[in-house]
Ligand binder design. Structure first.
Ligand code: SF4
Length: 340
């Protein structure tokens, strides 16, 4: 990375640093007040509600904003508060999560809700260190909840924020040091400052082509996006999977993935198809690093421990995202009509 010739020295102790920190924070917050994204979890009644903030942050891990938004609304409609989530059955939570992927997030969210309900009467802790002890809450999520919902002066550093700060500062800082810097710069409005950094990374300081002329930090940025080589995208693995679509008296054959399965444990899907049969069609489905081509065959007596699920059961069961897609395309069940 090359530093811009008029770049300021790196932040450090002293009055100059204090002025720079205030200047950077002010510029970013002014920009944020004018350009913040209008997101479902930022509505007034949700923005300071710890449960709503927590749910949003969990859903946004490895999921794009546009994909998470619909799930967020449906989840809150069904489980409007922590108590209702704690009382739910795990299978119902997973069913609502179906299609969003990374189901471990849903399981940990549910487990953490039950713990909080028992340990503190449903009040999510405001303290960063206490939040970190809950299932599924790492450094970033704890920082986001503590700062956004409780206005605690802590950082929430994810990959986007690291990129923005790396470009702005001119080099990569160790995570702890970066968190200390961000917490310091954002201490007057910690939640807004963290969200401003997230928005800057999502809309201006983009991974491949930063939009520096629009950036509130362009004057002091040490790189203005120069000198970075974009990392090549990880190679994706093409896969072909064959599924059997079998009906009996209006019911669909489903099988459950093993509880010990590394991915999507316990979720329901269509049985695998073996041998010949009538091909109903193909569809594509992307999962983490795999691009799956699913071939769907008409079948009568699929192998395995079959559950013949009625349309209502299909709608209520935690299905894999691919199973939902197949049902939507080829079976037109109520489950298939669920969005997502
Ligand atoms: S000036 Fe460009 S590279 Fe620097 S923080 Fe802003 S968008 Fe990113």
């Amino acid at each position: 990375m090359t530093a811009s010739p008029c770049a300021p020295p790196l932040p450090g102790p002293g009055a100059a640093h204090g002025r720079r920190a205030r200047g950077a924070a002010r510029a970013l917050l002014t920009w944020y007040d004018a350009h913040r994204r209008d997101l479902p979890w930022r509505r007034a009644e949700r923005a300071r509600n710890p449960y709503c903030v927590w749910l949003a942050e969990v859903m946004l891990q490895q999921t794009r904003v546009a994909a998470a938004a619909g799930y967020y609304e449906r989840f809150l409609a069904r489980f409007p508060d922590l108590a209702s989530l704690a009382e739910a059955r795990e299978a119902d939570v997973l069913a609502l999560w179906s299609g969003l992927g990374y189901y471990r997030r849903a399981r940990q969210l549910w487990r953490a809700a039950r713990l909080v309900q028992v340990q503190s009467g449903g009040q999510l802790p405001s303290d960063y260190a206490v939040l970190r002890r809950l299932p599924g809450i790492g450094r970033y999520t704890a920082g986001a909840i503590a700062s956004i919902a409780f206005q605690q002066p802590v950082a929430a550093v994810d990959g986007n924020v690291r990129r923005v700060m790396r470009r702005y500062l001119g080099r990569e800082w160790a995570l702890r040091r970066l968190e200390t810097l961000i917490a310091d710069w954002g201490r007057e409005r910690p939640g807004d400052f963290n969200q401003a950094l997230m928005d800057l990374g999502a809309t201006i300081c983009l991974p491949r082509s930063p939009r520096c002329p629009l950036c509130p930090w362009r004057a002091a940025c040490r790189t203005r996006g120069e000198g970075e080589t974009a990392r090549p995208a990880a190679a994706r693995r093409p896969l072909t999977e064959r599924y059997a679509l079998a009906r009996r008296a209006g019911r669909i054959a489903l099988v459950q993935r093993p509880a010990a399965s590394a991915r999507m444990a316990g979720l329901w899907e269509l049985p695998r198809h073996r041998g010949r049969g009538r091909l109903l069609g193909r569809l594509r489905h992307a999962v983490t690093i795999s691009d799956i081509t699913a071939e769907v065959y008409a079948a009568h007596s699929p192998a395995g421990a079959i559950r013949w699920a009625s349309p209502a059961e299909c709608a209520a069961l935690p299905l894999t995202g691919l199973a939902r897609k197949i049902l939507r395309r080829f079976a037109d069940t109520p489950a298939a009509r669920l969005p997502g």
